[in-house]
Design a protein around this ligand. Structure first.
Ligand code: HEM
Length: 223
C-alpha cells in the first residue's frame, strides 16, 4: 500500500493539542445529544453530573474507537500515512477520559448523592468496563518508547493491536450489558427518536474491528 507504514513526523505538541481538541468536541457534542435526548424522553431540560458522566463515557469510547480505526481508514484511503501519528495520542486521551468516567461513577456521583442510571442486575456490566480500563492502562504503559526498544517493533505493535481490539470488545460488552434494554426498546418503538448514544458507538466499534480484519485479509492477499 503506498505510504502505509512510513514514518509519521508531526510536532508532538500539535498531536496532543489536536487529540485534546477532538476529546473536547466529542465531550460537548455527547453532552448536547444526551441533554436533547433526555428532554425527548422525560420532557425535562436538565443537565447534571449524571449527564456529564454519560458524556465522558461516550467521548472515551469514541476516542478509543477512532484511535483503533485509523489503521484501517489510512490503509484503504491510499493517501498519506500522517493520520497514523494520532493513534497513540487519541488512544491515551481516550484512556484518561475513560478513567475520569470511572472516577465520576464511583466517587463523584455518590459524593453528590446521585446514582448512575443503571439497574441492579446490570452491576455485572462494571466488570467488562474495568477490564477494558485495565487493558487500555496497560497499553498506555506499553506505548512508551523504551518498551518498544525492549520488546522489538513487531511484537510491540502486535501487543498494542490485539490489546486495543480486545479493549474495544470489552467496552462494547460493557455498554451492551448496561444498555441492552434501551437498545431493544428503541428498535421496537423508535421512541425517543434519538437512541442511546452507546448504540451507534457500539456499531462504530464493530465496524472498526471488521475494518482491521479487512486490512489483515488484504495484506495477506497483497503483501
Ligand atoms: C474503557 C473503559 C470504559 C468505556 C469505554 C466505557 C464506556 C461507557 C459507555 C459508552 C457507556 C454508555 C453511556 C450511555 O450511553 O448512557 C457507559 C456507561 C456506564 N459506565 Fe462505562 N466505560 C468504561 C469503563 C467503566 C468503568 C471502569 C466503570 C465502573 C466501574 C463504568 C461504569 C459505567 C456506568 C455505571 C455507566 C452507566 C452510566 C449511566 O447511564 O448513568 N464504566 N460506559
Amino acid at each position: 500500500m503506498p505510504g502505509y507504514g512510513k514514518r509519521t513526523d508531526r510536532p508532538v505538541v500539535r498531536l496532543w493539542a489536536r487529540a485534546l481538541a477532538v476529546a473536547l468536541v466529542a465531550f460537548v457534542a455527547s453532552g448536547l445529544y444526551f441533554y436533547i435526548r433526555q428532554f425527548m424522553k422525560d420532557a425535562v431540560w436538565r443537565f447534571d453530573l449524571g449527564l456529564v458522566n454519560k458524556s465522558l463515557a461516550a467521548a472515551a469510547f469514541f476516542l478509543l474507537i477512532v484511535s483503533m480505526a485509523l489503521t484501517g481508514t489510512t490503509y484503504f484511503s491510499r493517501r498519506s500515512s500522517r493520520p497514523l501519528a494520532y493513534r497513540k495520542h487519541l488512544g491515551l486521551v481516550g484512556f484518561w477520559t475513560a478513567l475520569a468516567h470511572a472516577a465520576v461513577t464511583h466517587v463523584l456521583l455518590p459524593a453528590v448523592g446521585l446514582r448512575p442510571e443503571r439497574k441492579i442486575e446490570a452491576l455485572n456490566s462494571d466488570w467488562p468496563g474495568i477490564a477494558a480500563l485495565v487493558l487500555f492502562g496497560a497499553m498506555a504503559l506499553v506505548s512508551r518508547a523504551g518498551i518498544k526498544g525492549r520488546l522489538g517493533g513487531e511484537a510491540w505493535r502486535r501487543l498494542l493491536r490485539y490489546g486495543g481490539y480486545a479493549g474495544l470488545v470489552l467496552a462494547a460488552g460493557h455498554a451492551a450489558l448496561l444498555k441492552w434494554a434501551s437498545w431493544t426498546g428503541y428498535f421496537r418503538t423508535l421512541d425517543p427518536v434519538l437512541p442511546s448514544l452507546s448504540l451507534p458507538l457500539t456499531v462504530f466499534a464493530a465496524a472498526a474491528c471488521l475494518l482491521r480484519l479487512a486490512v489483515w485479509l488484504s495484506a495477506k492477499r497483497d503483501p
